[in-house]
Write a protein that binds this ligand. Structure first.
Ligand SMILES: [Fe+2]
Ligand SMILES: [Fe+2]
Length: 366
């Protein structure tokens, strides 16, 4: 397999192309799954991918920026004595069928705490839309009146999607780390067992950071994006810290709703690739960091495949956080690392073999 980039791919997004307005939100991504074989784990070395675009013009980059990139992405993995540093949490294997079975879903907000969480996500979504120029509802309205005008004004391009993905992933790794950290400190402070929650929360934040690092191999954020990420992390970390101390249940529900949005966004990206609206992503290959982390099999290493893996991860976060939001925060064991008395019966696992988009109810698993 040739893993090199084509010239066309390497010049991607040097200027915004006209793009179509998004019409379909839900549904038909499963159409191609039946014809695809289950994955076989294979590893290979690819040519180092070139980044697809920069949100800052190249001429604006100075020496310190370049040094920063080298620190984040070291040129070589091996040192004099170390061959490789593998992922701290190896990623569970997903089959092609499982990833195509992921659906957009919403858990109804039933309690007061659920409604608070839902409102917070709506506010955050509004801010994110404002920051990244993502105006789907406006686009749909204008599309009903004048499709061409809607395409010109609101069409999502590869560049707009990538900016959104980077911003989204830069904050997505915060809640798991805050939750894990606070439960770790609580366990030591109160001299009580944690019942296995900490590792799952830290693993989630690790997984989100891998999403971010993958996208950063494909795009170089400019100074404006960096400032936005810095500010967002500062605000979001502190807000999550205080909120998790007050009501961890609400925080898990909040993350569950946030992940519903992430699944929706990645579903739209996959649908737009399938609809031919993102031509520069059609033949684009996933970077090495992604191939190694997800064990992407040969022949399944395109941008579309990558988005399928990431969307499946987000669906898992959606399920995990809705489930944790249903549990007794202080006494219940983490159902994702527990051994079950009836192991043959569907139950929460690290993989996506038993998907539950709105989470497992407490009485089903505890
Ligand atoms: Fe993510
Ligand atoms: Fe996520």
């Amino acid at each position: 397999m040739n893993c090199s980039r084509t010239n066309g791919a390497s010049t991607i997004l040097t200027k915004q192309s006209a793009a179509s307005v998004l019409k379909a939100i839900n549904g038909n991504v499963a159409a191609t799954s039946a014809s695809r074989p289950a994955f076989i784990l294979l590893q290979r070395q690819c040519v180092e991918p070139r980044r697809q675009f920069s949100t800052t013009r190249k001429t604006h980059f100075n020496r310190s920026n370049n040094l920063l990139w080298k620190e984040v992405f070291p040129a070589k993995e091996e040192s004099e004595h170390i061959h490789k540093t593998p992922a701290a949490w190896p990623h569970p294997m997903y089959t092609d069928e499982q990833m195509h079975a992921v659906v957009v879903a919403h858990r109804e907000a039933k309690t007061f705490s659920d409604k608070v969480a839902m409102t917070m996500v709506r506010i955050l979504r509004w801010v994110l839309d404002l920051a990244t120029g993502y105006k789907h509802s406006h686009a749909v309205k204008l599309n009903e009146k004048d499709p061409q005008a809607a395409m010109n004004k609101y069409g999502m391009t590869e560049r707009k999607y990538m900016i959104r993905n980077i911003f989204l992933e830069s904050v997505a790794g915060v809640p798991g780390m805050v939750g894990g950290m606070l439960r770790h400190l609580h366990s030591m402070r109160r001299m009580k067992r944690d019942n296995g929650w900490i590792e799952t929360l830290l693993e989630e934040s690790y997984n989100e950071r891998m999403h971010l690092l993958t996208f950063l191999k494909m795009a170089e954020p400019g100074w404006f994006m960096r400032v936005m990420v810095l500010g967002a992390q500062g605000v979001f970390f502190n807000a999550m810290f205080v909120s998790y101390l007050i009501s961890p249940k609400t925080c898990h529900r909040f993350v569950g709703y946030l992940e519903e949005e992430a699944v929706l966004t990645y579903t739209r990206e996959i649908e737009d690739i399938d609809a031919g609206k993102l031509p520069k992503w059609e033949k684009l290959q996933a970077p090495d960091i992604a191939v190694q982390y997800w064990n992407m099999p040969e022949g399944h290493r395109t941008m579309r495949d990558l988005l399928l893996y990431i969307r499946a991860d987000e669906s898992k976060h959606r399920e995990v956080n809705h489930t944790l939001g249903n549990l007794d925060q202080h006494n219940d064991p983490n159902p994702y690392v527990s051994n079950y008395k009836e192991p043959g019966k569907p139950h929460p696992t690290k993989g996506i073999e038993y998907p539950r988009p709105s989470g497992w109810e407490r009485e089903e698993i505890i």
